[in-house]
Design a protein around this ligand. Structure first.
Ligand code: NAD
Length: 470
């Protein structure tokens, strides 16, 4: 095991985590924080400021780390990794005093003569487990909420993006004492060892399959959980959609980060009357943004060979079962060209598995009722997108379905709104992140009722006839 300057912990031999001594070391790090009951406004703001300064100092190194991990274009690093965390930091700093303030609850008839308050309190020691697809912002974004709520935290970045993981460990080691924030690097075994420890709260971002593992582990200690999961996010292009607008947003939402975005449009249902015009607009937009080759410098790579093979396997399976390749399909190493396919059938794996890559199935429909029935037959998605100028029709689609969030005439931008809860529902997640919702996820809302001359003693035994009349 290596110790990072400043105390972050790196476990680089996964098998060794099972040795009692090392597990005990992690347990000690986890148990060490003395601030279990939370700290005050000034200290929380100072922690947020230290994080902001450390991020600014490491910006250039972060661009290099994400280029090394999966060829992410610099503009995408700035827009999708650094900006969201800085925005969360600014928003939390500005609103923290209000979020921390105890709220009053009005007395009820039965509790007249009492005063009631709800006091948000730190949960304690929190575990944040992050995925690889936005390995920086999905690790440090939740940390902003954890610190704002007065917690200490252990961060477990993804092992699939090792350069970013090492950068996070160094950055956190510089900014924080280990009893406040500690990074533990490593893969599944490390994650499992951490999950065996008695955390007060676990904030997990990743796949639904691992989300179930996390929830089962949390059940053993009754830790509270926030699960930010994934799934297939459907997109509907209605007959009255602005097709150029739909093409622009769908192309951006789907092909940014090479489609490796939890809220990327997974597949598009398009009204048959506008299908050809939509496809023409989409092809034109893809050509303008990326060209039609895999070599575009504006496209990120697929994160590793295993995922590149998974994607070519998904595409191969669909084509072998009769799907039609409309655009793309070409791959150069781990770079894959934006790809459009049509003529899908339910037997194809791509019809049920989360795609999480730059392949976009386009499915024509005649009756919106069929589309709603198909969406409702599957697990509740993380996001649903609707493109249509018909507001009443859009409202009907929203009312007839369920999803973590909805984007109307746009994609993925709901992630950037600090005033909106970000999260899934059931299969796509439990709980929410961002802004005040993130603060609440990491807080316990403690109910405090104080007697100021309440009439409640009237109900105490002995139970006279008068009590029964109350
Ligand atoms: P993943 O579930 O494979 O891994 C996430 C984290 O869990 C990693 O740190 C990994 O080390 C750890 N892990 C993996 N297997 C584990 C196990 N058996 N026990 C304990 N820990 C384990 O997810 P991923 O491949 O990194 O990310 C892709 C998935 O995450 C997609 O499904 C995507 O939709 C989802 N996602 C969701 C959001 C969101 O905000 N809702 C954001 C990004 C990604």
């Amino acid at each position: 095991m290596k110790r990072w300057p400043g105390g972050s912990t790196m476990i680089d031999r996964p098998e060794s985590i099972s040795q009692r001594a090392e597990t005990a070391f992690v347990a000690q790090a986890v148990g060490a924080p003395a601030r279990r009951t939370g700290f005050g406004l000034i200290e929380r703001r100072m922690a947020l400021d230290r994080l902001a300064e450390a991020i600014r100092r490491h910006e250039t190194a972060l661009v290099a780390a994400l280029a090394a991990d999966f060829g992410k274009p610099e503009a995408e690093v700035i827009l999708t990794e650094i900006l969201p965390v800085m925005q969360e930091l600014r928003h939390a700093r500005r609103n923290l005093r209000r979020w921390m303030r105890p709220r009053r609850a009005w007395p009820t008839l039965a509790t007249l003569g009492t005063s009631a308050r709800i006091r948000p309190e730190a949960r304690g020691v929190c575990l944040i487990i992050a995925p690889w697809n936005y390995p920086f912002s999905l690790c440090l974004g939740p940390l902003v909420s954890a610190l704002a709520a007065g917690n200490s935290a252990i961060l477990k970045p993804s092992e699939m993006t090792p350069a970013t993981s090492a950068l996070i460990a160094g950055l956190i080691g510089e900014a924080f004492a280990p009893d406040l924030v500690t990074v533990v690097e490593g893969g599944v075994e490390v994650s499992e060892a951490l999950l065996a420890l008695p955390f007060d709260h676990i904030f997990f971002t990743g796949s639904p399959a691992v989300g179930k593992v996390v929830m089962a582990a949390a059940a053993k200690t009754l830790a509270s959980v926030t699960l930010e999961l994934g799934g297939k996010s459907p997109t509907i292009v209605g007959p009255d959609a602005d097709l150029a607008q739909a093409a622009r947003w769908i192309s951006f939402g789907k092909f940014a980060n090479a489609g490796q975005t939890c809220i990327a449009p997974d597949h598009v249902f398009v009204h048959r009357a506008v299908k050809d015009a939509f496809l023409a607009a989409l092809r034109a937009r893809i050509g303008k943004s990326y060209g039609e080759a895999a070599s575009s410098p504006h496209l990120a790579q697929i994160v590793n060979d295993r995922h590149a093979e998974r994607l070519s396997g998904l595409l191969g399976d669909a084509l072998a079962k009769g799907a039609q390749l409309t655009l793309g399909g070409e791959a150069q190493g781990r770079r894959m060209a934006p790809t459009l396919i049509e003529a899908l059938t339910p037997e194809m794996r791509i019809s049920s598995e989360e795609i999480f890559g730059p392949i976009l199935p386009v499915i024509p429909y005649d009756d919106i009722g069929e589309v709603i029935a198909r969406i409702n037959a599957g697990p509740k998605p993380l996001a649903l997108y609707v493109f249509d100028k018909d507001r009443a029709g859009t409202a009907q689609i929203i009312a007839a379905t369920s999803s973590g969030s909805v984007g109307v005439n746009l994609t993925v931008a709901q992630f950037t709104h600090t005033g909106l809860p970000f999260g899934g529902v059931n299969h796509s997640g439990i709980g929410a992140a961002h802004g005040e919702y993130g603060f609440r996820a990491f807080s316990h809302e403690r109910a405090i009722l104080t007697n100021r001359g309440s009439a409640l003693p009237l109900i105490f035994p002995p139970y006279t006839a008068r009590v029964k009349r109350l």
